[in-house]
Design a protein around this ligand. Structure first.
Ligand code: NAD
Length: 490
C-alpha cells in the first residue's frame, strides 16, 4: 500500500514543475523525521506477514503488478514526460526497462532457491535458505522516476521485504502511480510506502534502526554520504553515483553508425542519463571525420516539449539545472575548447518558461578542463583527441568514474583488449549505452558505485536477502558419544 503522508498545512512543501513550461503542476509535502518513523513502524509490522507469505502468494502479486504496469504504461510515460521533460518515446523506453525488472522478479521461485548438499559428513546434510531482511529503503534520482525504483522494489518485495521508496522531489508523481498499482495488485497494506522528502527524510531512514538496507541511486557526493552513514550504522548499502562515460572511437570504426550511436547516447533525455556518453575519445585519424559527422547530426536535432510529435530532445529537469549546464558550456569556451555546436540560445515556441538548452558539441577538450572533470548531466558532448589506443584507455581509466565505457571498432582484437583493459562496470563493444538487461546486474566501478553488490539481476536477490546455512544430523548408528574436539568431517 502506498502512503501519501497526511496533508498538514504546517509541513514544508516542494513545488513540482512541468519542465517544458516551467508551470507548477504539483505540491508535495516533505516528510518530517516523526513521519518517517511512523512509516517505518507500519512497514515493520507489515513485513512480518509478507516475509512469511508463500512464494506462490508473492509471485501472484508480482505477476498482477507486472500486468497493471503494462496496462498503464502510457500513463506512467506521460507522468514522466511532464515532470522530467524527456520525450514520450524515451519515457516509454524507461517504463519498458522497468517492466523488464518486474518480469525478472516474478521468477522468485527460482531465484530464492537455496543450496543443498547431502552427506557433508557421516549422517549430516547441509542446506541454505535466503530470508528477507525486514524493512528496506530505496532513495532514487530524478532522471529515471519509474525505471530506477523498479530496479529495486520488485526484487525487494519478491524477497519478502517491506519497501519504503523516497523518490526524487523533482518528479515524484510516477512513484505514486506505481504505489497504487501495487495496491491494486493485492500487495498487503503497509508493505510498500512512498515518502516524499529531501535530506531530512533520507537522514531519518538512514538513522532508523529498523531500516536494514538502503539502495541509493544519485550523484556521487550523496551516494558517498549515504554509503558512509548507512554502513557506519550497520546497514547493508548499495549506493550508485554519478558518471562520465567515455566512448573510444578507433580509426577503423564505421564512422556513420558510430556518429549515430554517439548522438543518440549523448543527447537522448537531454544528456540526463547516468549511462549517457559525455566524452568521445577520437583515436588518430578518426577525429576530423568523426567531428564533422557528429556536428552534422547534432545541428539537425529537434528540441521541444517532450509530448510533441517529432521532437528529439526535451528540456532539462529544472531552471537551476539548466543554468548549471549553461555555466559549464560557458566555462568550456573560456577554458579554450572549441564549441562546434552551441545550444545555449535555444528558444522553443509557446514554451518560453521551459528549461531548454539545445545540444552542444565541443571539440579539442583537454582533460584538465572543467567540462571534462565534472559530470555536466546535460546535452553536452566533448571530443578529446588522442593518438593511440593506449592513450585512450589510459584516459578512461584515470577518470574518477567508471560507470559505462564503450569502444567503436571493427577490430576484434582491439575490442577484446578493451573489454579486459577498461576500468568500468559496464562495457559496450559498438554499443554506446551498455545498460545490462534486468537478469544481469547493473553497477559501475570507482566513484560510480559504493558497496559490494550491483542492482537488479542475481545481485539484487543477494542484496535483499540474508543467507542462513543449516546443518542437520540424522540418526547415526555409528554415534560415538561425547567429543569436545572441533567438528570435522568424517
Ligand atoms: P541527487 O544525488 O541530487 O539526488 C538523489 C536522491 O538523493 C534524491 O532522492 C534526493 O532527494 C536525495 N538527496 C539529494 N541531496 C541529498 C542530501 N544532501 N542528503 C541526502 N539525500 C539527498 O541526484 P539527482 O540529481 O536526482 O540525479 C542525478 C544524478 O544521479 C547524476 O549524478 C547521475 O549520474 C546519477 N545517477 C546514477 C545512476 C547510476 O546508475 N549510477 C543512475 C541514475 C542517476
Amino acid at each position: 500500500m502506498s502512503t501519501t503522508l497526511p496533508d498538514r498545512a504546517s509541513r514544508p512543501e516542494y513545488e513540482v514543475t512541468e519542465s517544458a513550461t516551467g508551470e507548477v503542476v504539483g505540491r508535495f509535502p516533505l516528510a518530517t523525521r516523526e513521519e518517517v518513523d511512523a512509516v517505518v513502524a507500519s512497514a515493520r509490522e507489515a513485513s512480518e506477514d509478507w516475509g512469511t507469505a508463500s512464494v506462490a502468494a508473492r509471485t501472484q502479486v508480482l505477476l498482477r503488478f507486472r500486468e497493471l504496469v503494462f496496462k498503464h504504461r502510457d500513463d506512467l510515460a506521460r507522468a514522466v514526460t511532464r515532470e522530467h521533460g524527456k520525450v514520450l518515446t524515451d519515457a516509454a523506453g524507461e517504463v519498458a526497462r522497468g517492466l523488464e525488472a518486474a518480469d525478472f522478479a516474478c521468477g522468485l521461485g527460482h531465484l530464492l532457491k537455496g543450496e543443498a548438499t547431502s552427506r557433508v559428513s557421516t549422517a549430516v546434510d547441509a542446506h541454505s535458505v535466503k530470508q528477507p531482511l525486514g524493512v528496506v529503503a530505496g532513495i532514487t534520482p530524478f532522471n529515471f522516476p519509474v525505471m530506477v525504483p523498479m530496479w529495486m522494489f520488485p526484487i525487494a518485495l519478491a524477497c519478502g521485504n517491506a519497501f519504503i521508496l523516497k523518490p526524487s522531489e523533482q518528479d515524484p508523481s510516477p512513484s505514486l502511480l506505481l504505489a497504487s498499482l501495487l495496491t491494486e495488485a493485492g500487495l498487503p497494506a503497509g508493505v510498500f510506502h512512498v515518502v516524499h522528502g529531501d535530506k531530512v527524510a533520507v537522514d531519518a531512514l538512514l538513522h532508523h534502526p529498523d531500516v536494514r538496507a538502503v539502495s541509493f541511486v544519485g550523484s556521487t557526493p550523496v551516494a558517498r554520504y549515504v554509503y558512509e552513514t548507512g554502513t557506519s550504522l550497520g546497514k547493508r548499502v548499495q549506493a550508485l553515483g554519478g558518471a562520465k562515460n567515455h566512448a573510444v572511437v578507433m580509426p577503423d570504426a564505421d564512422l556513420d553508425s558510430t556518429a549515430d550511436g554517439l548522438v543518440s547516447a549523448a543527447y537522448g533525455s537531454a544528456g540526463q542519463r547516468c549511462m549517457a556518453i559525455s566524452v568521445a575519445v577520437a583515436v588518430g585519424a578518426s577525429a576530423d571525420p568523426l567531428v564533422e559527422r557528429l556536428a552534422d547530426r547534432v545541428r539537425k536535432l529537434k528540441v521541444g516539449p517532450g509530448h510533441a510529435d517529432g521532437v528529439d530532445m526535451g528540456p532539462l529537469v529544472s531552471a537551476t539545472h539548466r543554468d548549471r549546464v549553461v555555466g559549464y558550456v560557458d566555462a568550456g569556451v573560456s577554458e579554450g575548447a572549441t564549441l562546434v555546436v552551441d545550444g545555449r540560445d535555444t528558444h522553443v515556441d509557446r514554451c518560453e518558461g521551459g528549461f531548454f538548452v539545445g545540444p552542444c558539441l565541443f571539440d579539442h577538450v583537454q582533460p584538465h578542463m572543467t567540462i571534462y572533470q565534472d559530470e555536466i548531466f546535460g546535452p553536452v558532448l566533448g571530443v578529446v583527441r588522442v593518438n593511440t589506443y593506449s592513450e585512450a584507455v589510459k584516459l578512461v581509466n584515470e577518470n574518477r568514474w567508471g560507470n559505462g565505457a564503450a569502444i567503436f571498432t571493427n577490430d576484434g582484437g582491439a575490442a577484446h583488449r578493451f573489454e579486459l583493459d577498461v576500468e568500468a562496470g559496464m562495457v559496450g563493444i559498438n554499443v554506446p549505452i551498455p545498460v545490462p538487461v534486468a537478469y544481469h546486474s547493473f553497477g559501475g566501478w570507482k566513484e560510480s558505485l559504493f558497496g559490494d553488490l550491483n542492482v537488479h539481476g542475481p545481485d539484487g536477490f543477494r542484496f535483499y536477502t540474508k543467507l542462513k546455512t543449516v546443518s542437520t544430523r540424522w540418526p547415526d548408528p555409528t554415534h560415538r558419544g561425547i567429543d569436545l574436539g572441533f567438528p570435522t568431517t568424517s
